[in-house]
Design a protein around this ligand. Sequence first.
Ligand SMILES: C[S@@+](CC[C@H](N)C(=O)[O-])C[C@H]1O[C@@H](n2cnc3c(N)ncnc32)[C@H](O)[C@@H]1O
Length: 331
Amino acid sequence: MTTDDDTTDTTADGSTDTESSCGASTGTDEAEERTSKCGASDSDGSSSSSSGCESTKGEATDEKISATVDDFQSDPGRLVAVGLGPGQPEGMTGRARSTLMDAEHIVGYTTYVELLPDEVTEAADELYDTPMCGEVSRTEEAIDRALAGKDVAIIGSGDPNVYALAGLALEILESKGATASMVDFEVVPGVPAAQSCGARLGAPLVNDTVSISLSDHLTDMPTIESRLHAAAKEGFTITIYNPWSRKRRENYAKCCEILEEHRAPDTPVGVVHGAGRDDERVEVVELRELADLGETDLVDMTTTLVVGNEETYVWDDRMVTPRGYESKYDY
Ligand SMILES: C[S@@+](CC[C@H](N)C(=O)[O-])C[C@H]1O[C@@H](n2cnc3c(N)ncnc32)[C@H](O)[C@@H]1O
């Protein structure tokens, strides 16, 4: 089982403390258990999980749920899935920040742990990060720590309910024979990429909008294609997540082809790379230009595309999607 969260082609170095303390007594050798169950970063910077980020749906990986609820003796702690928003500390909600300040352990993808403000990382007893992929083992790690009595925050970019780990956490809790109530499971929302990118572009999202992820390791490509056809045909504004990676060039090309089939070549498309991060770039292009951007630095796995609907236009460098007031009022 692999998940859609945080899939990237770039290699992040795992520089923070990766020592695990799951606390389950499964009867295995403790040292071995820490490597195999908790999924800590290997010294070469690769994840110990064998989850292939780029595997396609149906391809099994050997990420397995190991400890069950019966393996933990202590009273459970708490598990909170916290959305960080786009990246910069000021993009985080006050509630997310205070939840993280209260967490004893923070678990997340290395890039997101590195984005945390210093006061948050300094307040935590332990940080646990994995460089990339390994979402199942990382989520299980967070759960095991909570079942072992710690107050744990599992973090991700944007919102935990948008192509992210909130659902996976509940699924793994269930498969361990635990319950959500047992760890007081809670989701603290964050600003999703669609909204932070929309904000950088002006006002492209004010009417009906559909989000589609081009990542095909959890949803197969024919399904993604049929969703793209439907969304483009029905006139929604479309936000596209996970648009391009080296192994998914064809998905991006196919996506552009489908959009061009249903939308005019001059349809405005907002391209936002790294919203709220140091490498942020924002451009508004025409749909006819989109395919060629696939081979540029602008479009990668930290980019979100915002494809305007039939009424979206560009005014003063901003994308504007009319809400419909103009049909009722004179202004
Ligand atoms: C696995 S999804 C996670 C989405 C996240 N949970 C959210 O609510 O935005 C990862 C994708 O989100 C988008 N994304 C995340 N952070 C972004 C940012 N700062 N700027 C632009 N796109 C971003 C990219 O499309 C990326 O491939």
